[in-house]
Design a protein around this ligand. Structure first.
Ligand code: SAM
Length: 378
């Protein structure tokens, strides 16, 4: 088809292997056509063709004429079986031999915090496999892009990790430009490393675009700097997905006593084990602790407490995943100043001897014992 043709509101059915139809899709969409794609003749039916005004059968440019006709006949047969009397053309298409996969870090939830490189990758994707905590973006996407939600919730993984990898690798091998869109940074508890290895093993071109990690951005948004001169000159990011063992707890307590900030991700379900373990290994009960839920969303909320009172306060507040927990004196580092983000105003912040819970942000505390659930790994 010539790219200058304007197809207006016609919907075109593109019939053929995905590695061919993805190339045609771009051309037809530039001509303002609606596009539906079929890569299996058995999917062609009067229902799936509803609203279609024109069909294009894609055959590889390199195929000789007889094979091209044979290939096209299969699709003509499928159209006939579906009772579709459509104008049909056959187009020879250069095969996209190799697709690619780009792991894109989406940042902590605000679309404004996706990097420019990440947005560029999203805008050029044929298919996007999106995690639950990746920011919602629509305006930036190419028309016709397929968005496949593969997000996990605590205890609920509708698309298993191995299946996500299989699907995206198959799409890339079929010539598609694939984006794997993740919350935060792909390499911070995001399974980006293992996905990258799987892509390499399958011989697929793979790239990574970093994202802003929630481990730093969510505290920052709530007015907590993870380092602060004279209070903390290091920070440690820990996964609380599984309970920490005694060695880890002892090590963390030691780090914290020497001034390190502890940042816990996926730590709600294991908070009782974590705080009691840190206390057992000598961390002071009055050590400040903040639970920062759903950062960068309208429901974001900050609960300030201490190591000793964290379990009771988090339960009373009904704290739940996703949340970042910060332990250390930096929690109060900016207490006397203006607090950026929409956390609790400094003037309303509790001190460690007057811990609060949901009341700190005006929410009604949940009287029941919450079951925040184990947090899902990406
Ligand atoms: C599987 S980890 C992924 C971390 C991600 N790769 C990153 O760099 O931020 C998911 C955990 O990150 C934290 N998290 C991510 N986004 C968050 C947000 N907007 N607010 C609070 N916690 C968040 C929570 O601890 C959540 O359970």
């Amino acid at each position: 088809m010539h790219a200058h043709v304007d197809l207006g509101s016609v919907t075109v059915a593109l019939l053929g292997p995905r590695r061919l139809t993805t190339t045609l899709r771009d051309t037809y969409q530039r001509a303002a056509a609606g596009v539906v794609e079929f890569d299996r003749p058995e999917d062609v039916s009067s229902r799936s063709l509803s609203g279609v005004g024109y069909a294009v059968i894609a055959v590889p440019e390199t195929t000789d004429s007889a094979d091209a006709l044979d290939g096209a006949d299969v699709w003509r047969g499928a159209l006939a079986t579906a009772g579709a009397a459509l104008p049909v053309s056959v187009e020879r298409v250069a095969e996209r031999t190799r697709g690619s996969i780009t792991l894109v870090g989406g940042g902590p939830g605000d679309p404004g915090l996706i990097t420019a490189a990440g947005l560029h990758a999203l805008a050029h994707a044929d298919v996007i496999y999106a995690d639950r905590l990746a920011p919602a973006v629509t305006d930036e996407l190419a028309p016709g892009v397929r968005v496949v939600p593969v997000g996990k919730r605590p205890g609920h993984h509708p698309v298993p990790q191995s299946e996500i990898q299989t699907q995206m690798i198959e799409a890339a091998l079929a010539g598609e430009t694939v984006v794997r869109f993740k919350g935060g940074d792909p390499f911070v508890f995001g399974r980006g490393g293992e996905e990258l290895l799987a892509c390499r093993e399958a011989g697929v071109d793979v790239h990574v675009i970093p994202g802003i990690t929630s481990a730093v951005a969510v505290p920052e948004n709530a007015g907590i700097p993870v380092t602060f001169r004279e209070l903390s000159r290091s920070f440690t990011v820990v996964s609380g997905h599984d309970p920490l063992d005694e060695n880890e707890l002892e090590h963390l307590a030691g780090l914290s006593r020497s001034g390190a900030t502890i940042v816990l991700l996926m730590g709600m379900a294991t908070l009782p084990q974590t705080v009691s373990g840190l206390a057992r290994h000598g961390l002071a009960g009055e050590t400040p602790l903040a639970v920062l839920e759903k950062g960068f969303s309208p429901e974001e909320r900050s609960t300030y407490t201490t190591l000793a009172t964290a379990v009771v306060d988090a339960a009373a507040a009904g704290c739940a995943s996703p949340a970042v927990t910060v332990i250390g004196p930096v929690v109060h580092a900016l207490a006397d100043g203006a607090r950026p983000g929409s956390g609790v105003p400094a003037s309303e912040m509790p001190t460690s001897d007057a811990p609060v819970s949901a009341a700190s942000n005006g929410d009604t505390p949940d009287a029941g014992t919450p079951d925040p659930g184990r947090e899902a790994r990406s």
